[in-house]
Design a protein around this ligand. Structure first.
Ligand code: C5P
Length: 316
């Protein structure tokens, strides 16, 4: 059986609004997520010994049952009731770990898509989405990619048509020593802002409607500057994580961008530019300060699909 290769792109949050707390303990969110062309690659090879094994070129990443790739493979195999199936998955890690870029979720979503092809399961989109939502709130977005409004826990998607989104590129920063636990960030948000959370479905829906008709959504269509971006976790994480404060400050002082924000629960930060050349020029202009502060940086385009099978045989 031929190997299956899957591309797993990262995302950034253009908007992350915490609306309230749900009966299941998760937060009710209103977000705009955007896929970017920084991606991991997974190569899946069938094995005859009924084991699920993960290898990775980054020693910092656990490859045991705590990894979302292994969890996704185990869940899928048990749901289709075929315990005799086995796989060796090789992960080429490019997306920084623990960064708020959904690298782990995208790898998990890519595992579902890759195994469906490798094992010939024919599950269809709806079942894949349900499995993805069970494994992680960001995972359904990772399957779809592009630009999406994400509601509920993050799993309820409303696509923003690509013709309503101008081309953009992003300069991304992350301090290698910084990492933020997502449960911690939401827990801290609840401590600090819980008294102001909305409570009724009518209030949630009013905020969803406001986002659908927001200045941000309207501005996405034009190549010009964007209104200030909102990330409710940024104001919770920034006071606690020095590199988030210094990185935001650096990006704001750098060459003029379309917008600057933290992604997800952080600690990665980004500035948007009209194209890749402008993002790369900004990185060059900031190179001395980026080095001095010890930031790792990436320039990439916004857009593109979610996880996808690689069919052209090009190496990862
Ligand atoms: O769904 P996922 O496993 O990615 O979520 C990780 C953690 O982030 C959850 O356990 C929860 O603490 C927090 N979270 C939340 N509300 C969301 C999404 C995540 O409180 N909508």
């Amino acid at each position: 059986m031929a190997d299956v290769t899957v591309r797993a792109p990262a995302k950034i949050n253009l908007h992350l609004e915490v609306l309230g707390l749900r009966p299941d303990g998760y937060h009710e969110l209103a977000m705009v997520m955007q896929s970017i062309d920084l991606a991991d690659t997974l190569v899946l090879r069938a094995s005859a010994d009924a084991t699920i094994r993960l290898r990775c070129d980054n020693a910092d990443l656990p490859t045991d049952g705590t990894n979302l790739i292994v969890k996704a493979a185990e869940l899928l195999r048990s749901r289709v009731g075929l315990p005799e199936l086995g796989v060796v998955i090789t992960l080429h890690k490019r997306i920084p770990i623990g960064a708020g870029l959904a690298g782990g979720s995208s790898d998990g979503a890519a595992t579902l898509v890759g195994l469906e092809a490798l094992w010939g399961l024919g599950l269809g989109t709806e079942r894949l989405h349900a499995l993805a939502a069970e494994l992680g709130s960001d995972m359904p977005f990772c399957l779809e990619g592009g630009t999406q409004l994400c509601f509920g826990r993050g799993e309820r998607l409303e696509p923003v048509p690509q013709q309503q989104v101008a081309e953009r590129a992003v300069l991304l920063l992350k301090h290698p020593q910084a990492s933020v636990s997502t449960p911690w960030a939401y827990g801290r948000c609840r401590e600090l802002r819980g008294d102001f959370y909305l409570e009724s479905e009518a209030d949630f829906e009013q905020r969803r409607q406001a986002l659908r008709h927001s200045p941000l959504l309207a501005a996405l269509a034009d190549p010009g500057p964007l209104p200030p971006l909102r990330n409710d976790l940024q104001s919770v994480v920034a006071p606690e994580v020095e590199s988030v404060r210094s990185g935001l400050d650096l990006l704001r002082r750098g060459p003029q961008s379309l917008a600057v924000a933290m992604s997800g629960s952080g600690p990665s930060l980004y500035a948007l530019y009209p194209d890749l050349a402008a993002a790369e020029a900004a990185r060059s202009a900031l190179a001395g300060e980026l080095d001095a502060c010890g930031f790792a940086s990436w320039c990439c385009r916004c857009g593109g699909p979610g996880v996808s099978l690689v069919t052209d045989g090009s190496p990862p």
